[in-house]
Design a protein around this ligand. Structure first.
Ligand code: FAD
Ligand code: EPU
Length: 347
């Protein structure tokens, strides 16, 4: 029955997180509508339980069993609105698969999110850390986020500006659990320029068709090919993508670092400088490191791998050693990208 809430007790989250960490949810439910979501929140509230919203589990590190009601977001929906003059708004339910939506928009000839192909997870999680890749961020096209504010129980519509997006950051990331995202809307266009400036993309398309002949579907395919070369498939090598954010430092810190390390990789970022964390970790010799259960990917030093039944604690212990090494060698503090649950067990 669509509106009926089914709550299961003691459910393994191993198949529901891409690090394949074995932890148990005390309670678990799947919601396919706002009505079910409200029922789930009320059910937890009556029992004095915390809740955790779960999408694809590709940006979560479970450090212990989850003593809460885990609410798996499965609200579907995909439609176009306001189509005119080659522009249209793509509206996605929070439970939709992000990558499928990218391919769908690109196949329809709409530009704006093709560089974000193959990012795992759901549409509803995309605003949380303002997903980004290959020179594009969600915030470049996002028009609004519709969410249930768990404090007021109201459904609110937040504009792009209200979401306070920044690099791998947003209002939602800073207040975990407050806003439960129901729907996102993005403004796409058939005519805007394709974003081909990222080094890997330039290289990929050089010598191929001239840029003007490329379609958003071609760009999505290019991004997928590049990503498959570098990033491990979580189905084979469990991971959560980049484990740390690239570090943003003031210009003068960068000048000092560059004087000591002329090869350091960095990019300009709004009056500051973004340091390639992968380079810092790589220089400390961690790339390809492997212990019994966990390790560092051999093609991307920012990606930690759960090779063999490691726990969240095993992954976090390795992350701590890497972070401390980078701090000791370069004086740069790396910040974790995924969310640790429970938060108190984070780095
Ligand atoms: P989950 O991991 O389930 O949840 C992440 C956070 O969002 C949690 O705090 C959760 O509570 C919250 N959340 C989820 N859904 C909702 C909702 N509807 N409402 C409110 N809160 C919610 N990220 C990038 O930015 N760029 C990349 O290039 C990239 N590449 C990746 C490559 C790999 C191989 C992997 C494994 C991950 C990568 N990621 C990347 C990280 C990840 O895919 C994104 O952060 C993605 O948006 C997470 O989606 P999810 O549905 O799996 O979220
Ligand atoms: N590099 C190394 N060693 C490595 C890997 C990279 O020295 O092992 C250096 C290279 O010089 C390379 C540079 O670091 O040019 C940057 O590497 P890459 O292009 O792979 O990007 P990244 O900064 O490591 C970021 C995002 C990824 C996103 C890619 C593509 C962060 C934290 N990560 O990685 O996002 O897919 O750019 O845009 O910003 C994620 O967030 O989970 C994620 C995978």
């Amino acid at each position: 029955m669509k509106s009926g809430l089914v709550v299961q007790e003691s459910v393994s989250l191993m198949p529901r997180n891409t690090l394949r960490v074995e932890v148990m949810a005390r309670y678990y439910t799947n919601v396919t509508s706002v009505e079910q979501l409200r029922q789930a929140l009320a059910w937890a509230d009556e029992r004095g339980l915390e809740t955790l919203i779960l999408g694809g589990g590709s940006n979560l590190v479970f450090a212990d069993d989850v003593d809460a009601l885990v609410i798996h977001m499965a609200i579907a929906g995909c439609h176009w609105a306001n189509a005119a003059n080659g522009e249209a708004t793509l509206v996605l339910g929070a439970g939709e698969c992000w990558h499928e939506a990218v391919l769908y928009a690109a196949a329809a000839g709409y530009r704006g999110i093709e560089n974000l192909a193959l990012i795992p997870g759901t549409a509803g999680a995309a605003p949380i850390q303002n997903i980004g890749a290959y020179g594009v961020e969600l915030s470049d096209t996002l028009v609004s986020v519709t969410a249930l504010d768990s404090e007021s129980q109201d459904i609110v519509k937040l504009s792009n500006e209200a979401c306070e997006f920044a690099y791998r950051d947003s209002l939602f990331k800073r207040q975990p659990g407050r806003y439960i995202i129901l729907e996102i809307a993005m403004q796409l266009s058939r005519t805007r320029s394709l974003a081909l400036g990222y080094g890997d993309l330039q290289q990929y398309f050089s010598g191929r068709e001239p840029a003007r002949a490329l379609t958003p579907a071609d760009v999505a395919q290019g991004v997928m090919a590049i990503r498959r070369r570098k990033l491990p498939d979580p189905a084979q090598l469990p991971n959560v993508g980049s484990f740390f954010k690239n570090a943003i430092v003031p210009q003068d810190t960068w000048e000092q670092l560059r004087a000591d390390h002329p090869d350091m990789v960095a990019y300009p970022a709004d009056h500051s400088v973004k340091l390639a964390a992968a380079w810092l970790i790589d220089q400390c010799g961690w790339k390809g490191y492997r212990e019994d259960k966990v390790g560092v990917h051999n093609r991307q030093a920012l990606v930690l791998i759960n090779h063999n039944g490691g726990t969240g604690a095993d992954i976090l212990a390795l992350a701590r050693r890497i972070r401390d090494d980078v701090q000791a060698r370069f004086g740069v503090e790396l910040e974790m990208e995924p969310r640790v649950v429970p938060a108190g067990l984070g780095l």
